[in-house]
Design a protein around this ligand. Structure first.
Ligand code: GUN
Length: 293
């Protein structure tokens, strides 16, 4: 069994990006600039956005954090997005999700300039992704592809079962694993809350990608011998022994599943750290796109 060490690979990618940025600085070129919009004070969202900003500093990117009140109106948020779209210095930006209930998330995503949409959530980018065109690929699925590639995991002709159909992970992942090329060329089954006999379907998977958010959902009995297990779960579970009062749990029973799997991602330290590195990579791509604007 091989651990797909997202923390290690993520650090390697950050080092690679930093090297490119150092060269830009030597040439006195503009460095990539990422902005993040955080609405409200959801604990997990604050943590994610803070680590995105911290990672920008680590690789030498410029970053801007825009914190907005939980009570902000949709119109005001759309005005902020318009400003970011027009700001020539900013190469890419993200609006951290989820957003408060008074705001229509799809409307906000549609307002982002697709050329600055480093999350790859805008329908223009999502459509391009589905049509094998060059686009920004959502960071978490992009990170999973990168892990599969760096560990030389074969995906061609394999049966990939994706658990969950969220717009951020499950849906794009199921498209990407079925695309031409590598990683891809898989036969994909997309499962969700209405799937019948899900246990039986998972037991037929060569590659399981679980993005469900239910700790310990994926048990050893459910996976085939030598399956590749990608655990995208990041649930906060109360834990008094931890300083923060919680620990992060994946969807898989790691102890038991890892004994059967050929490759597996740990939680934490698997898919999570990859997400941030791929967001940086998308920002680097955005800066290249905008150089001649
Ligand atoms: N919320 C959870 N994951 C993500 C992500 O990748 N991007 C944004 N914008 N919000 C998120």
């Amino acid at each position: 069994m091989t651990i797909l060490d997202g923390k290690k690979i993520s650090n390697m990618i950050k080092d690679e990006i930093k090297e490119e940025v150092d060269q830009m600085k030597d040439r006195r070129e503009k460095v990539p600039h990422l902005a993040a919009v955080l609405v409200g004070n959801d604990g997990a969202s604050q943590t994610y956005v803070n680590s995105k900003v911290k990672s920008c500093n680590r690789v030498g990117f410029e970053s801007t954090l825009i914190k907005l009140e939980n009570t902000i109106t949709e119109l005001e948020l759309l005005r902020q997005i318009d400003k970011l779209n027009k700001n020539k210095d900013i190469d890419g930006f993200i609006v951290q999700l989820p957003l408060p209930p008074q705001i229509n998330t799809q409307k906000v995503i549609m307002a982002i300039d697709p050329d600055k949409d480093v999350d790859g959530f805008h329908p223009a980018n999502f459509g391009k992704m589905a049509l094998d065109m060059t686009s920004f690929i959502p960071a978490t699925p992009f990170g999973i592809l990168e892990l599969l590639e760096r560990y030389d995991v074969e995906t061609k002709g394999k049966h990939t079962v994706v658990i969950g159909r969220s717009h951020i992970v499950g849906r794009p992942m199921s498209i990407l694993m079925g695309r031409k090329g590598w990683p891809g060329n898989s036969t994909v089954t997309q499962t969700h809350s209405h799937t019948k006999n899900i246990t039986q379907i998972i037991s037929q998977a060569d590659i399981v990608i679980s993005a469900l958010g239910i700790p310990n959902f994926l048990k050893a009995e459910m996976v085939k011998d030598d399956a590749v297990v990608i655990d995208v779960g990041i649930t906060r579970v109360p834990d008094d022994t931890k300083k923060k009062g919680y620990r992060i749990a994946g969807d898989a029973d790691f102890e038991a599943v890892s004994k059967k799997a050929s490759f597996i991602t740990p939680v934490p330290g698997g898919v999570g750290p990859m997400t941030i590195s791929m967001l940086l990579k998308n920002t680097l791509l955005a800066r290249e796109m905008h150089l001649n604007d």
